[in-house]
Design a protein around this ligand. Structure first.
Ligand code: AMP
Length: 112
């Protein structure tokens, strides 16, 4: 089981913000912004590079879940950023697809 599968199964504690039948949103343990949470599919796709056409509906669900959880967190008016890190150069450290949602401060562009 991956780290995020264990969080979804409540085997590892986390602050869960929202959940659907095939996804879960929880606060990042090392927040990079005043609001920083992850949206994760319960069934592991290692990274976006490994996503298949048959994952398309799930991928759309994850984006909608990111937006609905951001609204719940009060980020609608101020805005937020959604990030997926893929592979070594992308900064991926956990091999289970996750969307970062960051808000509560202005984000820099270009990203580091
Ligand atoms: P990435 O570097 O894009 O793979 O992102 C992995 C993220 O998972 C990092 O932002 C970590 O802080 C976060 N993370 C690692 N362990 C946990 C945990 N137990 N609970 C919540 N977030 C975690």
């Amino acid at each position: 089981m991956t780290l995020f599968e264990k969080i979804a199964a409540r085997e590892i504690p986390s602050e869960i913000l929202a959940e659907g039948s095939d996804w879960i949103a929880f606060r990042d343990i090392a927040p990079q912004a005043p609001v920083h949470f992850l949206v994760v599919p319960k069934q592991c796709i290692p990274r976006i590079n490994e996503a298949k056409e048959s994952d398309s509906i799930l991928l759309g669900t994850l984006l909608e879940a990111a937006a609905s959880t951001a609204r719940q967190e009060g980020l609608s008016a101020s805005g937020y950023r959604v990030v997926i890190n893929n592979g070594p150069d992308g900064g991926e450290t956990v091999p289970h697809l996750h969307l970062h949602v960051l808000g509560g401060r202005p984000m820099n562009w270009p990203p580091g």
